[in-house]
Design a protein around this ligand. Structure first.
Ligand code: ZN
Length: 270
């Protein structure tokens, strides 16, 4: 199966504990879905078919230290921070990473919090315009002018942006890694990605909307897709978004308590 390379920073401190590092690498290598784990230039590089969130949890468990994802993919990568684009309803939030593999397919790897339990559609949309929140991102990205479908349908029976469904567990978290044969990273940078309120019927449903958007309802969260760092392309150790070091960022949940409350902004919106 198609693997991805993840560059993981572990909070070993100034001097790396050799035996602990060896134990961590050995534990990683013994896991299903991990093909290789090596220590290189201060980071653990994991070659895997697992979602990055699952790998980060494994590294933290094996090492007893905090771990963050520093780079993803070896060639061209992109990332989207998705949210409901409204300070007053910021309950759904997540990160989706896109990696162009050397073999051809694209990998979409993500973790989204705050969803209702069950299936939700995931789609790349035409434009990266958030001026009206998720209402201004256009239709599903559809350069071949075809009908809506599912990710396993042939290119003339699906929109290029149709990534199918993701599943949220009982805590509202969806962790996923999708391998897609149609989308390319360079075609989607500057566009947007959205998760829908309902399940995508993959074009097989009875309603007319089924052939348009899988009858998947409104977008509950979306974000612009931007170019991002691959493995060893990002030397920085401080998050530019709010100036905290990566280790502080790791302890903040994506949504809800502990994250910026956005109260003032919300009052302004009202
Ligand atoms: Zn579609």
């Amino acid at each position: 199966m198609l693997t991805s390379k993840l560059e993981v920073l572990v909070e070993f401190g100034s001097k790396v504990d050799g035996p602990l590092l060896d134990k961590t690498l050995n534990e990683l290598k013994s896991q299903d879905g991990v093909k290789e784990a090596v220590f290189k230039d201060g980071a653990i590089v994991v070659e895997t078919t697992l979602p990055s969130t699952v790998v980060l949890d494994m590294v933290s468990r094996a090492s007893g230290k905090r771990a963050v994802l520093q780079g993803f993919g070896e060639t061209q990568s992109a990332v989207s921070m998705i949210s409901s684009q409204s300070c007053c309803r910021n309950s759904v939030m997540g990160v989706i990473r896109f990696q162009q593999t050397a073999e051809g397919p694209l990998v979409a790897d993500g973790c989204i919090d705050g969803l209702s339990t069950g299936l939700h559609g995931l789609h790349v949309h035409e434009v990266g315009d958030l001026s009206q929140g998720c209402d201004s991102i256009g239709a599903h990205y559809n350069p071949s002018n075809t009908v809506h479908g599912g990710p396993n349908d042939p290119p003339d029976k699906r929109h290029a942006g149709d990534l199918g469904n993701i599943v949220a567990d009982e805590t509202g978290r969806a962790t996923f890694r999708i391998v897609d044969n149609v989308l390319k990273v360079w075609d989607i940078i500057g566009r947007s990605v959205a998760v829908t309120e309902k399940r995508d019927d993959l074009g097989k449903g009875p309603n007319p909307e089924s052939k348009v958007d899988g009858d998947s309802g409104t977008s509950v969260a979306c974000g612009i897709i931007a170019r991002s760092a691959g493995v060893f392309q990002n030397p920085k150790r401080i998050c530019a978004c709010d100036g905290v070091v990566v280790w502080d960022e790791k302890d903040r949940p994506l949504a809800g308590k502990g994250r910026r409350e956005g109260k003032r902004c919300c009052e302004k919106e009202k």
